[in-house]
Design a protein around this ligand. Structure first.
Ligand code: ADP
Length: 440
């Protein structure tokens, strides 16, 4: 990446430098041309103002001075014959009337041209002025063409280009290093992107990485905590099973005890099964997306009815009455998951209730509500009951066959269905859990 940026900068810089050199040469050439023209004009004007300028002697005097300054001086008669020239021999010179500057001078009093001289075969600047008697006084100066100027300047231009390229090379190195330093720093220090000094444009990316990183950490922590909890939860019933089995194995249990111990082993094994079942359900939901399971139109009223039928015996056992109110309401959902949600909520409403209490299930308007007048949940724990393995009263939960995972499973399923879960509760008064499905 660095090399790519450097190369790009160097290419752009070289092109810019080269273009600048060419444009500068052109600009210099224009200034230079104007300068030469102006000099020739002043010189010719001054000479033409001289008295007796047409005298051979006067002309010769100026001519030799001008010759030293590389200025050619020519006097041309109004017929176009060259009368005097300080550079070329006048014999054999052709008629000059058709020269551009002469034509112009005859017409306008003065004329100017740049062309290759037919006489001396070089690029020349000419300035001609018409004298009073109609003859023409002309000065000329050999000059370098633009290519000449350019070639003369080539060593300087090359030198400047070289220096500029060296400067560009080092500044582009410095620029890319500065530019990429924070990016490299982030790559090297993914764990603590907040410690890196960046510039404003990079902040959103850092923020994103930071959030993602925190999410990953949170997730890892949750997983670790969950694994620790699972091991702990499994250990308790297994230790009991192992202990009772050992007693029987060693013949330490009498006949009565054996039966009692076997019942304990059975109870704990059941508990293990329930736990494993719940853990498996949760981990199954973990990687699930809404599109990963089958959905159909299900009637919540119907599901609640079936669920209460299943729990009827248990409710009667605990001396708890129940009622189902509301009407048929269709939602798009997975039937098994919905069965599980309603069962878990109603089961909790029985288990955390008191003899003589009630459960009310209301269904309607894409909503399912399970209320009870049981022991309720203290406000400080209400937001935690959906956490895995969280239990307000651990012994009560265990005694009644709870795993601490029921509401976590409910929450998972509800979220997967895009529904809203809410809980209202008051200690000693009761609890109400509401699930609101989306309207469509
Ligand atoms: P558990 O298997 O322990 O019932 P849940 O995840 O279903 O686990 O519930 C977590 C905790 O929330 C329970 O241990 C209990 O303390 C509390 N809780 C759940 N439902 C009710 C309810 N209807 N009334 C009072 N407390 C409840």
């Amino acid at each position: 990446m660095k090399q790519y940026i450097n190369r790009r900068i160097m290419i752009i810089a070289s092109a810019a430098i080269l273009m600048t050199a060419v444009f500068c040469t052109f600009a210099c050439y224009r200034v230079f041309r104007e300068e030469v023209k102006e000099n020739l004009r002043i010189c010719t004007r001054l000479l033409s103002d001289r008295e007796n300028i047409q005298d051979e002697a006067v002309l010769s005097k100026y001519a030799s001075e001008l010759y030293n300054d590389s200025i050619r001086l020519t006097l041309i008669s109004k017929e176009g014959d060259v009368i005097f020239d300080n550079v070329a021999r006048i014999e054999g010179l052709d008629n000059h009337l058709n020269r551009e500057e002469i034509e112009e001078a005859i017409e306008n009093g003065e004329g100017y041209s740049i062309r290759r001289s037919a006489t001396i075969n070089r690029t020349n600047y000419y300035y001609a002025v018409r004298l009073e008697d109609g003859s023409i006084l002309r000065t000329a100066r050999e000059s370098h063409s633009i290519i000449n100027i350019f070639w003369n300047a080539v060593p300087v231009i090359l030198f400047v280009i070289l220096i500029l390229l060296v400067i560009c090379y080092f500044s582009s190195q410095a620029l890319t290093t500065n530019l990429l330093a924070p990016v490299e720093a982030i790559a090297a220090n993914m764990n603590h992107p907040e410690t890196i000094h960046t510039y404003a444009e990079l902040e959103p990316i850092i923020e994103h990485i930071r959030n993602q990183h925190n999410d990953i950490l949170d997730h890892a922590n949750l997983r670790q905590e969950f694994t620790a909890n699972v091991s702990h939860e499994l250990k308790t019933p297994l230790t009991s099973i192992s202990g009772y089995a050992e007693l029987i194995e060693n013949g330490l249990a009498g006949e009565d005890d054996t039966q009692k111990f076997a019942a304990e082993i059975h109870k704990n094994a059941d508990r293990l099964l329930t736990l494993i079942n719940d853990i498996l359900r949760l981990s199954e939901f973990d990687g699930l997306k809404e599109s990963d399971f089958e959905t159909e139109e299900v009637d919540l009223y119907d599901i609640a009815g079936t669920c209460l039928d299943m729990l009827e015996f248990k409710a009667r056992e605990h001396d708890i009455s129940f009622s189902l109110e509301g009407e048929k309401t269709l939602v798009t959902a997975n039937r098994n998951m919905m069965d599980e949600v309603v069962y878990n909520l109603c089961d909790n409403a029985i288990r955390y209730n008191r003899p003589g209490g009630y459960i009310r299930v209301y269904v309607g308007d894409h909503k399912l509500m399970v209320s009870d007048n049981g022991i309720g949940i203290p406000p400080e724990y209400q937001h935690r009951v959906f956490e895995r393995f969280f239990r307000v009263d651990k012994s009560r939960s265990k005694r009644t066959g709870g795993t601490g995972l029921g509401l976590a499973i409910v929450k998972h399923i509800v979220t997967l269905h895009g529904a809203e879960l809410s809980l209202e509760s008051a200690p000693e008064q009761g609890t109400r859990v509401t699930i609101q499905f989306p309207d469509n």
